[in-house]
Every structure is written in C-alpha cells, then in structure tokens.
Design a protein. Sequence first.
Length: 127
Amino acid sequence: MTTRAPYPPVNGDEPCRHNPDLWFPSTGGDVRPAKEACEGCHVRVECLAFALDHTDPAGYQLSGVWGGTSDTERRQMTVGRTRPLGPINHGTPGGYRSHLRRSEEPCEPCRGAHRDMKAHRRTAAAA
Ligand code: SF4
C-alpha cells in the first residue's frame, strides 16, 4: 500500500486516505478516478498548493495525483512559474487552472467551464 506525505490540514476524511493506491497508478495508468474523487475534497486547493510548492525548477516533483492534478499537469503548471502571472480568463478551463496556480478557489464561472469540459470529455469517452 502506498502512503501519502503529510501536509496540513487533513482530518482523515480525504478520499485518498481510504484508497491511496488509486492516487498512484502505475506508469500509463488511469488517473481519472483519483482526479474525480479530489474534486469534492475539502483540502483540494491546499493539497495542490503543497504539491506545487514541492516541485523544483529541475523538475523534481511529488508523484501521483495531488489536488486533482496529475504529474504532467503539475509540471505544465510550474513551467515559467517565475514569470508574473497574467490576468485570469474567467469562465474558461484555462481560467480554472489559473485560479489553482494562484492557490485560490476558482470562481463560479471558471468552475462551470471546468465542469462543462469534464462532462464533454466523459461524453466523448463514452461514445
Ligand atoms: S485533494 Fe489532495 S487530500 Fe484531497 S483527495 Fe485529492 S490528493 Fe487527497
């Protein structure tokens, strides 16, 4: 069984505490179930901020799904991290990611755009 690194503030109710292996799929494994479970987690924003703070410029990062993001997504989020952050394009999936990069809770229009994108992907995957 895989264990997760400790970080505040957790209370044991986080979905990853109950089935941690799902958050560390083997190479090429499906990260979607873990990412979806993270969506409703009470520490999602803090968890993502923790994972981003533990990624260094050389690319070392925590493995697995953290705060609803995969290794690849976090790597993309940290590229050019030293540049100033531009304005948020609200109501878009990119805006949703911009909020998370700032370690802030996405606004409703951005959450809606993220939900729509996920629903579209699910529909496309089911077809
Ligand atoms: S957001 Fe973080 S703490 Fe919450 S379920 Fe996902 S990985 Fe676990």
